[in-house]
Design a protein around this ligand. Structure first.
Ligand SMILES: [Zn+2]
Ligand SMILES: [Zn+2]
Length: 82
């Protein structure tokens, strides 16, 4: 039974109801404009914070996610010449 690679999660991150394959079209449309309210992985209520550049939603279990997640530059690129 190796069928679906769930693209987002088990739960709808907007209404908190289970996502069965298709998902929620209405929620997906709304999610284009609004931040999520529920964690798609554990269905917990996330702490949503609206920012000038987007939004940030924090799950106590899975951490923070947001629209602008391009701030992680520390990592596996250390080339020192000399
Ligand atoms: Zn939904
Ligand atoms: Zn979570």
């Amino acid at each position: 039974m190796t069928n679906a690679t769930s693209p987002t999660g088990l739960w709808c991150d907007r209404c908190g109801e289970p996502v069965d394959g298709g998902g929620h079209p209405a929620c997906q449309v709304a999610r284009e404009l609004e931040p999520p309210r529920f964690c798609p992985r554990c269905r917990r209520r996330m702490k949503v914070q609206v920012l000038p550049s987007g939004w940030s939603a924090t799950c106590v279990e899975h951490g923070t996610q947001g629209t602008h997640g391009t701030d992680r530059t520390h990592g596996t690129h250390g080339t020192t010449q000399g």
